[in-house]
Write a protein that binds this ligand. Structure first.
Ligand SMILES: Cc1cc2nc3c(=O)[nH]c(=O)nc-3n(C[C@H](O)[C@H](O)[C@H](O)COP(=O)(O)OP(=O)(O)OC[C@H]3O[C@@H](n4cnc5c(N)ncnc54)[C@H](O)[C@@H]3O)c2cc1C
Length: 417
């Protein structure tokens, strides 16, 4: 790192009233040629650049971002990290990610404010409770922490829940992953950008990829708003715009893009020290470090590239939250926003080669790819550097839509971000 952050650097910074800090990453002019280009400066793209340099010694790499770093879904999500997936393939992938998160602040020398406050999923019916017992068993079989909670244990953890006799969604209990929680999303993007830049990667903002250049059937570069840039290895990590880029490259992806929205209330004193998620109402809530209640629910149910979300979606989200926490009806809403997420039929990602030689893709994280940023970057860097899939990425190839070996994680994805 150019400048390590520590108690000593903070003290030194205070001497200049914190006016003399160097920029966290360098703003570079694009070179004519790179060993690898990554399209998309979200968490997955930036983490890929970092692990390319750190794990594979490949630093002649550019991340091209059409807007600003984290301006896609990475800076718009509700920051939940967890690994409570059902199938062994997904459990391995997401738990690898959570383990990387557990050491990420130290690794990047950047405080990502990881808070392992637990995620509690509520059971509102006998069927919910049975499905949760099945999920808990699967998680234990996969070596992942999971606890079944009784109704009383949930009430003790979340006393503001509506558990009255009049509650529309009665509470029977829940399932908790204690190691799950939240991390600050901007810090994840900035931390990876800073660490990748300090290892030599070029982070180039305001540089939109408009098309690809070929020699025969092999890619040899990209056309951008800042001119052509050559490279024979290109990784696309563009989330909601993956299918647009695939279209420019000449192949199709089984991805549909939807708006997913979230919102925060005005800040209040601490009232909720865990993440609560209710599949029956589709709503989930946590409290940010600033005190805002962070709320979300399901997708806007029509394909869209508009980063704002519909009013019907906002209304549905708030109605769900208020069924759970009637007292929140007195909180003023501060902000609402949306991101464009890339949804695949089996709710599992795609990390690997594409039909075009030299172009690789990392996409399909849908509503739940923030938690997967460290693993997504690690595995994507592996295939870009070596040309071979990492073992953890092997089940998540585009080819599964031909063979039918789908990994249907709709139960663990969907609203469960
Ligand atoms: C409201 C909301 C809540 C969510 N909550 C959670 C959650 O709690 N937990 C969780 O795990 N996940 C959550 N997610 C999902 C998660 O945010 C995403 O899966 C993840 O951020 C994807 O990261 P990424 O780097 O692939 O994509 P992004 O962060 O979207 O980055 C892709 C980048 O590519 C850029 N780009 C696109 N086209 C081009 C082009 N032609 N040229 C150059 N650059 C281009 C975009 O500008 C963008 O910055 C949520 C998403 C939303 C929208």
């Amino acid at each position: 790192m150019k400048q390590r952050y520590s108690i000593w650097s903070l003290l030194r910074g205070s001497m200049s009233q914190h006016e003399a800090w160097p920029p966290a990453w360098r703003d570079e002019e694009p070179r004519a040629k790179y060993d690898a280009i990554i399209v998309g400066g979200g968490g997955h793209g930036l983490a890929t650049a970092y692990y390319l340099a750190k794990n594979h010694g490949a630093a002649n790499v550019a991340v091209l971002e059409k807007g600003w770093l984290g301006g896609g879904n990475t800076g718009r999500n509700t920051t939940i990290v967890r690994s409570n997936y059902f199938y062994p393939e997904s459990a391995r992938l997401y738990d690898f990610s959570l383990k990387l998160y557990e050491n990420l602040s130290r690794d990047l020398n950047f405080n990502i404010m990881l808070s392992q406050r637990g995620v509690i999923t509520l059971a509102h019916s006998r069927h919910d409770a049975e499905m949760m017992a099945r999920a808990a068993n699967a998680m234990h079989m996969n070596g992942i922490d999971a606890e079944m909670l009784s109704r009383e244990e949930v009430i003790e953890r979340v006393p503001l829940l509506d558990t009255s006799a009049a509650a529309r969604f009665p509470l029977l209990g829940g399932i908790c992953q204690p190691r799950a929680g939240c991390a600050r999303h901007d810090a994840v993007a900035w931390g990876y950008a800073r660490a990748a830049s300090s290892l030599g990667a070029h982070i180039i903002q305001n540089c939109e990829v408009l098309g690809f250049e070929y020699q025969g059937k092999r890619v040899v570069g990209v056309k951008t708003t800042r001119g052509p840039i050559q490279s024979d290895r290109i990784g696309i990590a563009a989330a909601g715009h993956s299918s647009v880029l695939a279209g420019l490259a000449g192949f199709r992806l089984p991805v549909t893009s939807y708006a997913l929205q979230a919102m925060v209330s005005e800040p209040v004193k601490p009232v909720l020290d865990t993440v609560v998620l209710s599949p029956a109402t589709a709503a989930y809530v946590s409290q940010s470090d600033k005190g805002e209640m962070v709320m979300g629910a399901g997708l806007d149910l029509f394909p869209s590239y508009a980063q704002r979300g519909s009013f019907a979606g906002t209304q549905r989200t708030l109605a769900g939250v208020l069924e759970l926490f009637p007292s929140f009806s007195r909180l003023p809403l501060l902000r609402q926003w949306a991101g464009i997420v890339d949804v695949v039929n089996d709710s599992s990602p795609i990390i690997g080669a594409t039909p075009v030689a030299g172009i690789f893709i990392n996409c399909g994280w849908g509503t739940g790819g923030f938690k997967a940023i460290p693993a997504g970057g690690w595995l994507f860097a592996h295939v870009l550097a070596t040309g071979r899939n990492h073992d953890l990425a092997e089940p998540f190839q585009l080819h599964r839509f031909v063979t039918g070996r789908l990994i249907d994680e709709a139960g663990a994805s969907g609203i469960a971000h």
